[in-house]
Design a protein around this ligand. Structure first.
Ligand code: GAF
Length: 349
């Protein structure tokens, strides 16, 4: 029996920068998708969460709008690249909440890819695994995501965040302070990336690059935007500042200045909410309350539009912080909200 454990991801800073090939700083976290099983002729997987078996044969890789599509997506990319693989009989379970903005889809896809990599001795380098999982998500599942999630889940390292150049895929591990907790807060609002708002942002950002004749957001300055319509200026201005903030957070973390890290995070939230339009009342409520309760900083994490937010909190206060904010939040919003105290963790293994 083979068992693969694939984490979720939290992005510390660098949001909506990956599809213009900018900077980001994610971490893998200790909430997992687990896939266990053995080789077989066809694919037969039981999901604990959905309480059902799903099956397919390798010559019928059609999308069926179910959780099994994520496994199909991985078969699709491996077969397209002519890897010699067969089926699997197994079970998927875990404690990573689905659709909560913590990359449950990428986590599941990488669980499947890592599983097949080992089961069929494919010897895939980690970088290829991340890129293949992204291509599977883009082309089979149909979500136009960047590389952020797949990279974090593949390259995560315990006690570290990853400074990532999403253009060159050069990266650097930066120590995350042990006495600071990352409190992840799920708003209870499920998020579907297939929804058009994400794709729309991506289209506009790519259009700005085209108009300016630039390849990546790293090469764009505020002054380049002067002649663009104000809507474009506003959206792209955010991306330019966010790239800069990733560099600033790297510097502050290296200095061990968590107060500065926190301030930059909160500033990033205000900016994305005001100028990029992917926050919502619930996320803003969490960020405001978190600051009121003494967090170093707080911001939405992932695509936004619901999903999750994070706060950096002193380790010994994290539990109380989570309880208080959850209670306050539930008075006003969803009963499905939850919080998790997470740690930067190792990638898929
Ligand atoms: C989602 C996408 F999948 C990522 O690629 C990234 O764009 C993120 O939203 C926003 O930073 O998680």
């Amino acid at each position: 029996m083979l068992r693969v454990q694939s984490p979720g991801r939290v992005n510390l800073i660098g949001e909506h920068t990956d599809y213009t090939l900018g900077y980001a700083m994610p971490m893998a976290v200790n909430l997992y998708t687990v896939l266990e099983g053995k080789r077989d002729e066809n694919v037969n997987i039981y999901s604990d969460y959905f309480r059902e078996w799903r099956s397919f044969t390798l010559n019928e890789l059609k999308k069926e709008n179910s959780w099994i599509d994520y496994i199909k997506a991985i078969y699709w990319i491996l077969l397209k690249k002519k890897y010699e693989i067969q089926g699997v009989k197994g079970r998927v379970y875990g404690n990573l909440p689905l659709g909560a903005g913590l990359s449950s889809s990428a986590s599941f896809e990488l669980a499947a890819l890592a599983f097949l990599n080992r089961a069929y001795d494919l010897y895939l380098p980690p970088r290829d695994m991340a890129l293949m999982a992204q291509e599977a998500e883009n082309k089979f599942v149909g979500v136009p995501c960047g590389i952020l999630d797949q990279f974090a889940i593949t390259f995560g390292k315990r006690d570290h965040v990853i400074f990532l150049d999403t253009d060159t895929l050069e990266y650097e591990y930066i120590t995350f302070p042990k006495d600071v907790s990352v409190v992840v807060f799920y708003t209870g609002i499920k998020r579907e990336l297939v929804s058009s708002a994400y794709a729309e942002r991506r289209q506009i950002a790519e259009e700005v690059l085209r108009i300016l004749g630039k390849r990546t957001s790293k090469e764009v300055n505020e002054s380049d935007l002067t002649h663009l319509p104000s809507f474009y200026r506003r959206l792209f201005g955010y991306i330019i500042r966010e790239n800069r903030r990733v560099i600033q957070v790297r510097r502050a973390l290296r200095k061990g200045d968590i107060i500065e890290v926190g301030e930059i995070l909160t500033r990033a939230h205000r900016d994305i909410a005001r100028n990029y339009g992917v926050s919502c009342e619930e996320l803003d409520f969490f960020v405001n309350k978190a600051i009121e309760l003494g967090a170093y900083g707080a911001r939405l994490t992932g695509a936004g539009f619901g999903g999750s937010a994070i706060a950096l909190v002193e380790e010994e206060k994290a539990k109380e912080f989570g309880e208080v904010i959850l209670k306050e939040y539930k008075k006003k919003f969803s009963w499905n909200a939850k919080y998790f105290i997470v740690k930067p963790s190792d990638g898929v293994k």
